[in-house]
Design a protein. Sequence first.
Length: 302
Amino acid sequence: MIKKLDEMFKAIEGSKKGVLAVAAAHDEEVLMAIRDAVKMSIVTPILVGNKGKIEKISGEIGLDLTGIKIIDEDDISVCAEQAVKLVSSGEADFVMKGLLDTSVLLKQVLNKEYGLRTSNLLSHVMLYEVDTYHKLMIMTDGGMVIAPDYKQKEQIIENAVKAGLALGEDVVKVACICAKEKVNEKMPSTVDAKALQEACEAGRFGNTAIVEGPLAFDLAVSKEASEVKGFKSQISGDVDVFLVPTIEVGNGIGKALTYLAHAKSAGVVMGAAAPIVLTSRADTHETKLYSIAYGALIAMNK
């Protein structure tokens, strides 16, 4: 089981390199991540973007473009279209967002003619490595689905379980995060959480997931907190997936981990026919590199 982000690189070693299509690749941080990913033999990239800018930036950062295919395109919408088509045609295994808005890329991903649309909901998965937690934390969804209803939460869990299995987990432990661990009709998230646990117990998520809820965050991360409160749990203190009730909760926890706990992270979008490497423009090339590795792992295990 992968417990540190750096361990993803070793897990990919010896495997057939995935092909990554990068939409609007003319961005320094993106190309720095691609440079490192190529050096580590994680992926074979196809760069879609302004060729002149790609070549200039690559020269400045030491990215050897020998053997790397570049599709020269300046229009970011066309960049997104071309990158998505590379995946849908089988020429690439997954896609990465470069210097363009998320909405531009997702519009092409959801295109009915050539996109990567499936019956699943698209949801964001953020992977965090925090020194004070003994394993990687999967936070979902703090990036896409604003206020998921019950059915959407089911699909978000399905997507997150796939993302957890790619890390080598046999059974992915999912905590439905709420403000308290008791069901309260005035707090709909607690009602959904209990229903999700019952659905899991009835076999809704197969034999590769344990879903519990409602769980307050302290009970999710600390077995001792559960013992103090007299709360019985199979997963307390050993949670893999933290299912948040709204995007604000996931966004807030994630940024707190990043800026106050100095967490390392990786981000992908699940639910399409292939993983989508999706990070913020403010993210470092290290985060982008980890995200590429995570996308590669998921693509290998889909």
